[in-house]
Design a protein around this ligand. Structure first.
Ligand code: 2OP
Length: 220
């Protein structure tokens, strides 16, 4: 498949959330359960915020989700501990296949990030991960004040890249994200970073890959 540009989701797709789970490991009783609750509430709050048309950026909903997970699990966190959990979102790590795969694709395509992350989170996160040089554009939902899977979010990419939506390949590990992107009109590739089924919602993605190497081969 030869698109005109490739656009990537950020958290869980290009970068992993190890820093977040490592931060939880030191501070709460059941780190895996706490981390899963925190992430699911974070995404739930993005959906609620969009439906209520009451935008709060990804940092704010991540903070609200942390308060919920702390209360729901009866965890006791000092202000300093809470802050270090939040700061871990600013230290994402690239997946091991990211550099090689992105380098190959960068030689052939304009690449962009399109993420729920706030502008500040994305800038700091890409910088920390050493990935910022791969992307010609970094698009945050801050620009449209509504979260994925709103079509307004995906609509940022054709305008900024100057490429029509049918010629964009969108890549995400998050089911709701590839479903929303497909609905909007992108070609989509679901990258299976976790052993999870695809949400049977909307149309299925055009491609399913398990690494950026496979994605680079697919688009060679
Ligand atoms: C992102 O937009 C959904 O967290 C995911 O980066």
């Amino acid at each position: 498949v030869r698109p005109d540009a490739i656009v990537f989701d950020m958290y869980g797709t290009v970068t992993n959330l190890k820093a977040v789970s490592n931060a939880c490991a030191d501070l709460v009783e059941d780190p895996a359960g706490f981390g899963a609750l925190w992430r699911s509430k974070q995404l739930e709050y993005t959906f609620l915020s969009s439906l209520m048309e009451d935008y709060e950026d990804f940092w704010q909903v991540t903070e609200a989700a942390l308060h919920y997970a702390t209360a729901a699990t009866g965890s006791r966190l000092t202000e300093g501990q809470r802050s270090s959990l939040m700061q871990s979102w600013l230290r994402p790590e690239p997946y091991e296949d990211a550099f090689k795969g992105l380098q190959e694709m960068k030689d052939r395509y304009p690449l962009a990030i399109l993420s729920n992350g706030s502008r500040g989170m994305l800038k700091k996160g890409l910088n920390h991960a050493g990935l910022e040089s791969f992307f010609d554009h970094v698009l945050s939902v801050d620009e449209v004040k509504v979260f994925k899977p709103s079509p307004k979010v995906y609509g940022l990419a054709p305008n900024r890249l100057g490429v029509c939506k049918e010629r964009i390949l969108f890549v995400s590990s998050n089911s709701f994200d590839v479903v929303g992107a497909k609905k909007y009109g992108f070609q989509t590739a679901w990258i299976r970073r976790e052993e999870v089924p695809l949400d049977p919602l909307g149309e299925t993605p055009d491609y399913v890959v398990s690494s950026f190497e496979e994605l680079a081969l697919l688009t060679a």
